[in-house]
Design a protein around this ligand. Sequence first.
Ligand SMILES: Cc1cc2nc3c(=O)[nH]c(=O)nc-3n(C[C@H](O)[C@H](O)[C@H](O)COP(=O)(O)OP(=O)(O)OC[C@H]3O[C@@H](n4cnc5c(N)ncnc54)[C@H](O)[C@@H]3O)c2cc1C
Length: 471
Amino acid sequence: MADLKKIPAKGEIIFKNDARIETYRRDAVISGNPDAVVRPRDWQEVADIASWCNGNAVPLTVCGARTSMTGSSVAESGVLLTTDNFNKVLDIGTKEGGPYAVVEPGIIAKDFQRAASEKGFHYPVVPTSCDNAFIGGTVSTNATGEDFYKYGPTRSFVREISFIKADGTTGTLERGDRNVPLAEKGHGGYFTSGEEIDKLIGSEGTLAIIKSVTLELLPKIPDTFIILAPFTSAIEALKFIDNTNKNRWNPRAIEYIDPIAISLMKTYPACPNFSDTIKAFVYIKDESFDGKIDALIGKWAERLPAQTLNEAIIATTEKQKEELHQLRHQIPQAISELNEKLQKQGGAKVSGDWWVPKDKMLETMVKVYEEVAPLKIDFTMYAHLGDGHPHTTFICKTHEELARAKKLIKYQAERAVQLGGGVAGEHGIGKIKRDLMQIQYGKDKIAEMKKIKSNYDPKWILGQGNIFKKT
Ligand SMILES: Cc1cc2nc3c(=O)[nH]c(=O)nc-3n(C[C@H](O)[C@H](O)[C@H](O)COP(=O)(O)OP(=O)(O)OC[C@H]3O[C@@H](n4cnc5c(N)ncnc54)[C@H](O)[C@@H]3O)c2cc1C
């Protein structure tokens, strides 16, 4: 590899033998091995670094907050470029198309949401990891959060992207047609049936470095509330979600929390005490633009099972909603922490990110529980069941458990595709899920995607190891 001491970095640079590099080696699931980490302070520096890496065939991985669940923000080797110095809202306001904001990629999603709300606007699409994840990371993974149910994925809100290519040249792509149906969950790989800008959204740092993004905002902040509704069995909770879909009650979000997920939630210090009869929760978020949230809460209360209603938690103030958000966030957070411990002991978590169409949700999830039981491995299923998109997670203590869990997840991903869903609803493919590409796509489609990659990045230096290998 070229002498990295010659890299044209003006800002901080951390080399391999420096203990500070440890912070940058991991995402939420795996460790990498960068030779150097650069923290550029301006975009010219980014362009110069990219051009130098390209000229010297040095792998260049861009990262945001490194909360990826697939290893996508981890550098296997070469240079890791951080974007945390680029965290400004460049513009926010209203023009012909409605409210919008132009932001740099390093702004934390929650901070951006707050900035939009201070101006009276609303940005609904943030992942559960929004306290850490950067907007650049959310665009590069086409992140979805709980509000996908009503508002769709990040893709639906991206209007324009300015970027720097691997060779250091810059470009801008704008969405032309506002009516493209983009409200689907991801499938992994490049989105080839939209406009050129769609290829960049969800491309996991493999096509270009995002320099700024223009995001559409919603005009008014609605009154929202969350109900954490208890159920005495997992199946009753799943049936309630299915009914919500069938009856088109159309909340802003509806999610599922199963028995093991409840036990993980209970590791949150401020978790309320629930009775032992509670075996599952449905997390309902809804909103009102006319201030009549009491009536709406009443409607949901009528739909929910009467016998456990007294244990429901209803959050209407910002503080209460934030507490419930933290409680819900504790589930993946606890799994990530558990994963680090398990990896040191030879095990790991294995997660599925597949999804099925809403009308296939109930029958599929019943089958999932049936298939998992004989494995006798700790297992949890939670999150976006309203969208047919569970986070299925096996907590494996040994390599042998890992192998069995992976086999079942692969089978379930294949079934999801056969049912009309996808293998990678929101986390992307990264480095640990490349085998899923063959499940989702035929050879020709993968070849088409590799051609796109070669057009943007002929030497394949960006995000090396993400989505697919060159050969
Ligand atoms: C506890 C927890 C909860 C989560 N919940 C959700 C959820 O609800 N929904 C969801 O979708 N995901 C979720 N995730 C996954 C992750 O948080 C999201 O994918 C998030 O969007 C990643 O943002 P990030 O800033 O951490 O990006 P990183 O992890 O740093 O990077 C992710 C990808 O984006 C690329 N990238 C980052 N910045 C740029 C840039 N400027 N230009 C080009 N490429 C770039 C990287 O190369 C990488 O491929 C969760 C993760 C954790 C740990």
